[in-house]
Design a protein around this ligand. Structure first.
Ligand code: NI
Length: 173
């Protein structure tokens, strides 16, 4: 296994829609293991393949550090949200926007279809933190970051502040 570099905004790979996987092979299995190790090393709850520079429709979620209930690690290949219900605001962060939290409105419940790591179809109905994590990661696979869910004014403010802060960090070094 290997730790991968996590791409940060404004890296272009994060803004591109990922490609569906047509073939789940040994490389896919290695990528999944590396993504899990990378996510766990930074105590993240989810990671999309394009966040490590691979533009494939694949993401991993592990809520075990955040929630007591024993939701197993979830591997999603070619996931799609087929139904969603309700709307709820909650704070979230992103490994590609380190140090930032923001309240984002998302559906309360989602119904997701995709393939598991063996390439078998599966369906998942989720609410709470899992529903939020699924929407956040699937947005990544569409080339969207959490600020794309903000109002235009809030989004501009957030982006400007973020870009100013990372420039400051670079000059400080
Ligand atoms: Ni994220």
């Amino acid at each position: 296994m290997a730790l991968l570099e996590i791409k940060k905004y404004p890296d272009n790979v994060l803004k591109q829609k990922t490609q569906e996987l047509s073939n789940i092979d040994g490389n896919t299995q290695k990528l999944i293991d590396d993504m899990l190790e990378t996510m766990h090393s930074v105590r993240g709850l989810g990671l999309a393949a394009n966040q490590v520079g691979i533009s494939q429709r694949l993401c991993v979620i592990d809520l075990s550090i955040k929630e007591d209930n024993k939701i197993p690690v979830i591997i999603l290949i070619n996931p799609v949200i087929v139904e969603s219900e309700g709307a709820i605001d909650a704070e979230e962060g992103c490994l590609s926007l380190p140090g930032y939290m923001s309240s984002i409105k998302r559906a309360e419940k989602v119904f997701v279809k995709g393939l598991n790591r063996e390439g078998k179809p599966f369906e998942l109905e989720a609410s709470g933190l899992l529903a939020r994590a699924l929407q956040h990661e699937i947005d990544h696979l569409e080339g969207m970051l959490m600020f794309d869910r903000m109002s235009p004014i809030k989004r501009e403010f957030f982006k400007r502040k973020y870009l100013r802060d990372i420039r400051k960090i670079k000059t400080d070094k």
